[in-house]
Design a protein around this ligand. Structure first.
Ligand code: SAM
Length: 268
């Protein structure tokens, strides 16, 4: 049988469908999520239920957001899961996760994310960190490496700065292509994201922080005096105690925040 057909479903490339098919890895992911009956759990892209089933067995209930109409429909008919799920058929990138919050509760979000949209999806999820206790996501290993990268390393970029602005991020499980059906062409990894408390997120405008990162890393070989010239002068960079001859990859998260806050004050 074709590698693309799994449990009677033909995997759709456009939805980034690579289904988990390895009991040991699924077990490790569920252990990392550590679902409890009182938890408000949300899964993005449940697919055929590989992680959904063991999580539901431990928690009793969870909410899922699935874009593929056929898979969402299949979950509502599932003999074990149907009564345990609230299924939202739609695009997780447009989903208002705060709508799932009940008084004082926080969400535990997880998913084996579609790799083709993982970065915009992560940025959408970062908007809800105040409503989140923790998140566990399977991603391309290279993406996880970028999320957790430190200044000075090649992988350090906008995704590192923005991830580490919102969350503490740590890789927890490495997953080879053989654990999926169909097998992706790349290695995968699960990352744990623990949102930082609001008082540790000191950017006056996160959109501006993102803009500074976009400009600074757009041509990462350029020095700050050149890459940030649309936003501030060399003298202003020096005034912040930052060497304008450095490159974006040498700045710390705090220095990115200082630059963004300086520009914000200049504009207001
Ligand atoms: N959780 C399943 C597993 O581990 O076997 C499936 C994982 S598969 C990599 C990604 C899943 O996300 C698919 O079920 C796909 O249909 C769904 N998906 C793709 N894009 C989505 C989106 N924008 N919003 C919600 N679900 C999406």
């Amino acid at each position: 049988m074709s590698d693309k057909v799994h449990l009677g479903h033909r995997a759709r490339k456009r939805f980034g469908q690579n289904f988990l098919n390895d009991a040991m890895i699924i077990d490790k992911i569920v252990t990392a999520i550590d679902p409890k009956p009182q938890d408000n759990l949300v899964e993005i892209g449940p697919g055929l239920g590989a992680i959904t089933e063991p999580v539901a067995a431990l928690s009793g209930h969870l909410t899922v957001v699935e874009l593929d109409m056929d898979l969402a429909e299949r979950l509502t008919q599932h003999p074990f899961l149907a009564s345990k799920l609230t299924v939202h058929q739609g695009d997780a990138m447009k989903f208002d996760f705060s709508s799932l919050i009940k008084e004082g509760e926080k969400l535990k979000i997880f998913g084996n994310l579609p790799y083709n949209v993982s970065t915009p999806l992560l940025f959408h999820l970062f908007e809800f960190v105040d409503n989140v206790e923790h998140m566990h996501f399977m991603l391309q290993k290279e993406v996880v490496n970028r999320m957790v990268a430190s200044p000075g390393s090649k992988a350090f970029g906008r995704l590192s700065v923005m991830t580490q602005y919102y969350c503490y991020a740590m890789p927890v499980i490495e997953v080879p292509p053989t654990c999926f059906k169909p097998a992706p062409k790349v290695d995968s990894a699960v990352v744990r994201l623990m949102p930082k408390p609001a008082e540790q997120r000191s950017a006056k405008c996160t959109k501006l922080l993102n803009t500074v990162c976009l400009e600074a890393f757009n041509q990462r070989r350029k020095t700050l005096r050149n890459s940030l010239s649309n936003l501030l002068t060399e003298a202003e960079i020096a005034g912040l105690g930052i060497d304008a001859g450095l490159r974006a990859e040498n700045l710390s998260l705090n220095q990115f925040i200082e630059i963004a806050n300086f520009i914000y004050d200049k504009q207001h």
